[in-house]
Design a binder for this molecule. Structure first.
Ligand SMILES: Cc1cc2nc3c(=O)[nH]c(=O)nc-3n(C[C@H](O)[C@H](O)[C@H](O)COP(=O)(O)OP(=O)(O)OC[C@H]3O[C@@H](n4cnc5c(N)ncnc54)[C@H](O)[C@@H]3O)c2cc1C
Length: 481
């Protein structure tokens, strides 16, 4: 039997960077909000080991990929807090020129929203003491080369240096949505139902009128004056396409940007203990104008070992050298674009993404710059994730890495920032939602998540998602009232 949930002013589907801020902004403005979240609430005391976090908090146990050559691992969260519950807590405002290129609200309109969001989630440059040994190594290499490296801004409070931001913070130090905007929404009167997976939007007379789905007690239905979809840039388009909804522009699912990323691991002579401290601690933006940003990354032993080369004794020796490993990542502001379609065989979506040669060149350039910094810092060996030259241990091997003929499939690529699959814009023929994030086609249907950001940002996106959502939710609240 179908359970009828209570009627509300707005239903918000999802509690990530978009959904949580939307729900809190609506509820604080006096709208009666029902939040439906498929995942569960993880409190710090619920968090087990890394493997538990991967299987419980990541969608499909972190096996989600975008198909292409190379295939790209692209992970998202499934929990209260969405992907923010497992993200690295790095905060950037979007570049001004990117916001200007959207052709929508002025950057200045967002500034007070950035400030309000940053205050709420305590976004501040991390103390250097929290960055650990990885920072020490990178700083030495950068100083030798005259390259600037700075601590990243993080949304943390009383960080205990557990080095596991991306697996749920066991100290509750990360100020992700589950500990900030979701409780704010509930405090302002919103109802949060976890374990509720929305399957369908109910549309009546061209207006969104509610949702239907599966909950712990079986099928449910709920009615509302507006529906906010905030399922993330991979699931929102798959969900809409499956229902043939909001797609007169034929843009739903198209324009997928991901910030293709690479990872470089260096074997040092000294003890680094990179797992102690903020794993994504520092960044280098010297090459940002060409679309390349370098950001810290460090992984726990189990995950790190799977990304190291070699088998048998060779791999065993490297794993034993874990305390002497350092790692850094690279991210490209992509010009490649992919696509999302509904998933098959119970899979939540299918994504396709082909890295173009321009972005591949940028990613190799980024890997080479990190290798260069590690050589300057005195690394013994550097593992590049670039198949033709997997190890750099000298200026000659670095030159070879940069000179060899490049195929995109030679790069090991991962991604953490899907964007753009339901782009906002003024023209209903070229965009899915307007700048108030309402569907051009279905009144009362809003898309308030990473899908709406129309292009690559070149910086980590959570602050941008929160800001466009806060603005749109406040406009929606004023309409509902
Ligand atoms: C490992 C990792 C590290 C990252 N680090 C950073 C970082 O340091 N800084 C940064 O800015 N960004 C980072 N990101 C990206 C950032 O967290 C995301 O861009 C952001 O959270 C996306 O917000 P969203 O609202 O679009 O979607 P999400 O945060 O993914 O939220 C979507 C929500 O919808 C729910 N949902 C989906 N389908 C349904 C359904 N049918 N019914 C009900 N609920 C549903 C999901 O469970 C989830 O809670 C990282 C991402 C990853 C994977």
């Amino acid at each position: 039997m179908t359970v009828r949930l209570r009627d509300s002013g707005a239903i918000v589907i999802g509690t990530g960077a978009g959904g949580a801020v939307a729900a809190a902004s609506l509820a604080r403005a006096g709208v009666d909000v029902l939040i439906l979240e498929e995942g569960r609430l993880f409190r710090p005391s619920d968090l087990g080991g890394f493997v538990d976090a991967i299987s419980d908090m990541y969608l499909s146990g972190a096996t989600t990929v975008a198909l292409g050559r190379p295939p790209v691992s692209i992970t998202v969260g499934r929990a209260v807090g969405g992907t923010t519950a497992i993200n690295s807590s790095t905060c950037f405002r979007p570049p001004r020129e990117k916001v200007a290129a959207w052709g929508g609200p002025d950057y200045e309109e967002f500034v007070p929203l950035f400030e309000e969001i940053e205050r709420r989630i305590n976004a501040k440059p991390a103390d250097v003491e929290l960055l650990g040994g990885n920072w020490r190594v990178l700083k030495r290499g950068c100083d030798a080369l005259g390259v600037g490296i700075r601590p990243l801004v993080h949304n943390i409070r009383d960080c205990k240096m557990r080095g596991r931001c991306a697996f749920g913070c066991p100290e509750g130090a990360k100020q992700s949505m589950d500990v900030t905007f979701v409780p704010d929404a509930v405090d302002a009167g919103a109802t949060l139902l976890t374990g509720h997976s929305v399957k369908r939007i109910i549309v009546e007379n061209g207006r969104a009128a509610g949702v239907a789905g599966e909950g712990p007690d079986g099928p449910f239905e709920a009615r509302a004056r507006s529906v906010v979809v905030a399922m993330g840039a991979l699931r929102t388009p798959a969900f809409l396409l499956k229902q043939k909804l909001a797609n007169s522009s034929r843009r739903v699912g198209k324009g997928l940007r991901i910030h293709p990323a690479g990872r470089v691991v260096a074997e040092m002579n000294e003890i680094v203990d990179g797992h102690i401290g903020i794993s994504q601690g520092a960044f280098i933006d010297k090459w940002a104008s060409r679309g390349v940003t370098l950001e810290g990354i460090f992984l726990n032993p189990g995950v790190m070992t799977t990304s190291l080369p070699g088998v048998g004794h060779e791999l065993k020796d490297l794993a034993a050298a874990y305390r002497r490993l350092s790692a850094f990542g690279a991210m490209v502001s992509d010009t490649s674009s992919g696509r999302v379609i509904p998933g098959h065989f119970g899979y939540p979506f299918n994504a396709f993404y082909q890295l173009n040669l321009r972005d591949a060149h940028n990613l190799r350039f980024a890997v080479a710059r990190i290798a260069e910094i590690y050589l300057a810092a005195g690394a013994k060996r550097i593992f590049t994730g670039f198949h033709p030259v997997p190890v750099v241990n000298s200026p000659e091997s670095l030159r070879k890495l940069e000179a060899v003929r490049l195929k995109a499939s030679d790069l090991e690529v991962m991604a953490f920032h899907p964007l753009g699959t339901c782009a906002m814009g003024a023209d209903p023929r070229r965009s899915v939602v307007n700048f108030e994030l309402e569907s051009h086609d279905v009144k009362g249907l809003y898309i308030m998540d990473a899908s709406a950001i129309p292009d690559s940002l070149g910086v980590n996106p959570q602050i941008t998602i929160m800001a466009i959502t806060m603005r749109a939710a406040r406009i929606l609240a004023s309409k509902l009232k």
